[in-house]
Ligand binder design. Structure first.
Ligand SMILES: *Cc1c(COP(=O)(O)O)cnc(C)c1O
Length: 379
């Protein structure tokens, strides 16, 4: 049966087979599994770092929802990202978005600089810039769409075609949109990465990450990603896998609701005289709107950012005055968050000082708008 993703997400969680026949899967804490007298493993598991039932459950669900081949779960999003770079040959060159998630270039500047991995950055919204950034030794192009925190939208199909012509692989970080809104494999990307800490977990209570390879990705890539997971050992605990997998059953409903609320708040803020700019691809005036409308489904995501008139002082006043937005980093949880992004990214950040990033939760949209209305009157 060809199931709607909502149905698939719920049904994927129901895999009976335990002797007690539970409806919700148990958490398998055992680190090791019985060996038979003939040396075989009847249960198909040997040792929990190599594989365990909760991790396999999560990995199968993630692969199914992304429409991918093999998924590997990691202890965090950064561990998953690390695994992709570690699967490249030493000395490779990587092309990154100019506004890549700041921890990615930190990882490359520190850990991978010692491996001779080099990178350059390009504006991924500009095909000429991407073409100019590709080199003979470019092994990978990294895509984050929409970008953080200004929500630039990349033409993934166009960038992927350029990279493939050049013999480079393409990785897409799909954390912000999730497969509910966007499926990078449809546009030919080779590997998708996620921080499952965000929308998959959905409740700000579990760290995790995953890599998912395209069903037709080169065999060596899948093999190496699996080696980094099993032998590198940055694996999530069974409980973490259980929580992330449970989150997938409500992901669709959450992502749709969060997108709807984000759009109505973005429209309100976009009209407000005290706001200089709203970055949200769901707004018709956003430079990535046409691309997003063509390639995304079910909404435009639950993340947006705004630039407050009056500089950093005014921006801080807004963040401090909001009652229904908790000041914290991260995203994708049931509670709305606000963050002064530049102070998190550090002094070399290109992010404007009056920018606030919002992660929209599951509160009522009208309540969130009223909260902004009240606080903007006072700045
Ligand atoms: C949070 C985040 C990461 C890092 O994930 P962790 O789970 O915090 O390690 C990577 N990419 C994006 C887009 C993120 O938002």
């Amino acid at each position: 049966m060809n199931l709607h993703p909502r149905t698939a997400a719920v049904r994927a969680a129901l895999r009976p087979g335990e002797p007690s026949r539970p409806v919700s899967p148990p958490i398998h804490l055992s680190t090791t599994f019985h060996r038979e007298t003939d040396g075989s493993y009847a249960g198909d598991y040997v040792y929990s770092r190599a594989d365990n039932p909760n991790r396999r459950d999560l990995e199968r669900t993630l692969a199914e929802l992304e429409g991918g081949g093999t998924a590997f779960a990691f202890a965090s999003g950064m561990a998953a990202i690390h695994a992709v770079f570690q699967s490249l040959d030493a000395g490779s060159h990587v092309l990154l978005p100019d506004d890549v998630y700041f921890n990615v270039h930190r990882l490359l500047d520190t850990v991978f600089a010692r491996w001779g991995l080099t990178y350059t950055r390009a504006n991924m919204a500009d095909a000429d810039a991407v073409r100019a950034g590709l080199r003979k030794e470019t092994a990978l192009v990294w895509i984050e769409s929409p970008s953080n925190p200004r929500l630039k939208v990349t033409d993934v199909a166009a960038v992927t075609a350029l990279a493939h012509d050049h013999g480079a692989l393409v990785a897409a970080d799909n954390t912000w949109l999730t497969p509910v809104i966007y499926r990078p494999f449809v546009e030919g990307v080779d590997v998708v990465v996620h921080s499952t800490t965000k929308y998959f977990g959905g409740h700000s209570d579990v760290l995790g990450g995953a890599t998912i390879a395209h069903p037709a990705a080169p065999e060596w890539l899948t093999k190496r990603l699996g080696e980094v997971q099993r032998f590198g050992g940055s694996v999530p605990s069974p409980f973490d896998c259980w929580l992330a997998r449970r989150g997938t059953t409500t992901l669709h409903l959450r992502a749709v609701a969060q997108s709807q609320t984000a759009l109505s708040l973005a429209k309100f803020l976009n009209e407000h005289p005290k706001i200089e700019r709203v970055n949200y691809p769901g707004l018709e005036g956003h430079p990535g709107h046409a691309l997003a409308r063509r390639n995304w489904r079910n909404g435009y995501g639950g993340m947006l950012s705004l630039e407050v008139r009056g500089g950093v002082e005014a921006a801080r006043k807004v963040a401090n005055g909001l009652r229904l937005f908790t000041q914290a980093t991260s995203l994708g949880g049931v509670e709305s968050l606000v963050e002064h992004r530049r102070s998190v990214e550090g002094p070399d950040s290109p992010t404007p000082n009056n920018l606030l990033r919002l992660s929209i939760g599951l509160e009522d949209g009208e309540d969130l708008i009223r909260d902004f209305e009240r606080v903007l009157e006072s700045v």
